[in-house]
Ligand binder design. Sequence first.
Ligand SMILES: O=C(O)CCC(=O)C(=O)O
Ligand SMILES: [Fe+2]
Length: 360
Amino acid sequence: MSSEFTYADVRPSAVPLTADDAVRIERAALAVARDHEGGSLHDAALLHAVELAAAALPAPVRRALISFRDKGNEGGCLLLTGLPVGTLPPTPDRSEDEPHWSRVPMATIAQLMVMSVLGRSISYSDEKSGRLVQDVCPKRGAERRQENSGSVLLELHTEDGFHPNPPHFLSLICLRADHEETAATVTGGIGDVLPLLDTETVEALRRPEFRTGFSSSFVQDGSTGVLTPPMPVLSGGDDCPDLRVDFHTTTATTAQARAALRRLEQAMLSSLRGLVLLPGDLIVLDNRRAVHGRSDFTPRYDGQDRWLRRSFVVTDLRPVSGHLGRGRRHNPVTPGRVRHPARTVAERVPERVPADAIGA
Ligand SMILES: O=C(O)CCC(=O)C(=O)O
Ligand SMILES: [Fe+2]
């Protein structure tokens, strides 16, 4: 477990939007919001209008997104700066107070416009009420949770690595920074890290000897101990493999796998890129190629705390369409909520995982 992150600043490599760009995006986003006033963000007509409105994004931004979508990059992240966020209500500090999207229309639609260049928006009905765009802000009483509602250091993870259909890309748009501007969002890309790993480690990471725990944000009773069947951490092409791991919940089932997981985490920790997100910043994370995490910070619960909004896309809806319910929400997969036996995606582990099976 890491206690802090050191990272190379990604702000110098950001794709900046000018003030004129921001005005054009603002107009396009508000037009969509106006046309769909009172509607659901999950409405197909609204999502199609968002895709059309994405034509208002300037060519350099679209070019950067297209290249990131098709080729990725070493660090697995792309930063845009200068997006419009509009006038904001107070930062919510309880789930019940999270505002309807129409109270933050500009940031919400601008984020979906950006994401529509990368893929098709989806959400997960197991988590955060299946909202298509979710609030990421510190919640009272959740401080120590390994979830985005916590404020302790959030360990490196690919998003939803336990899920049969995790997002291909996710984005975080910053509406408010934390008071001290110390909460750093970091990424570790497999492109940066692969050259640091020896062949034996890579081979071990490719064997199906790792089980990842379901996030407590998915398991409704908050219980832990629901693990995937054994899976590899690395899969796919030799040059740039796909990655699936959570250094908080992934456990190795053999000694060799355990050592490989530890080496991977060390290599990731020594190659991090990141930044303290500021209002108008939007970071896109390549969820097949990078882990991400966040350093700790101190919330004040004064309505001005750190506030990001998160959204997910997959590159193609058709392979997952059989799993989607109404409005692009992925059907439940957590035990107790599935209508068919849960064993197809997860096994409930009756007793604690033996200590010697837990990775670094
Ligand atoms: O708060 C952050 O910067 C990252 C949170 C996170 O990992 C997430 O929302 O998936
Ligand atoms: Fe995350």
